[in-house]
Design a protein around this ligand. Sequence first.
Ligand code: KIV
Length: 270
Amino acid sequence: MATVRDVREKAGEEPITMLTAYDAPTAEIVDDAGVDIVLVGDSVGNAVLGYETTVPVSVDDIAHHVGAVSRATEDALVVADMPFLSFGIDERDSLENAGRMLKEEGAQAIKLECGPHTVELTETMVQLGIPVMAHLGLTPQHVNQYGGYPRQGTDQAAAERMLELALAHEEAGAFALVLEHVPSNVAAGITEALEIPTIGIGAGPDCDGQVLVFDDAVGISEWTPSFSKQFGNVRAEMESAVDDYVTAVESGEFPADEHSHEASDLEDIY
Ligand code: KIV
């Protein structure tokens, strides 16, 4: 089982791979492929639960999916993404919600969408033994404040604020930093300034690692952001299999003899 220390040690040495997963079969596929980190993202809200944003995702939702992913993962580090308002209001609730992912669901770390309000919280969590992955740049839980999903850190002042926050979270003990939808040169500068690894999504090639949403990467999602890439067309495969099933049942081709079993001594039951 990978540890946060393994991830930290890869910074600047070897590219770090991270993908989301929300269920056991997906986690098995991701883990078997040698991915370093499996993130049970709150993107489960859009990808799986049918919500338009991640805002409605609950602690129970994440816990349920973290349990499934942890049970199926042998080697990768499992990180639980803390959902909107599950942290940052009350310290005790924040710690209990995050602690539950480790104590009850088998995650090894949690991720927080960060701002100035998460620096002290990160420090407390780390002191208590809850490893924290920080997340800066576009933080989708702020969708109602942004009014969409705009690129972040696009002017000097914003880029400097992001760097300061990145350094503050490193100082507070975060073991890695996700940078989402920020200009490549800003991500490169932050990566250069930090000792902990940066993991980019829409943040260019100079981060220490990359992360994508599983459904986007394999081509299940109907829409993917411009910074993502579909490495397969799993949706088309699924559609074709379901069409074939419907056709086979409607035509009487399925179930065939080999899918049916007859017990000879039950001939006279009716
Ligand atoms: O929820 C998620 O999937 C994420 C990644 C995009 C980093 O936060």
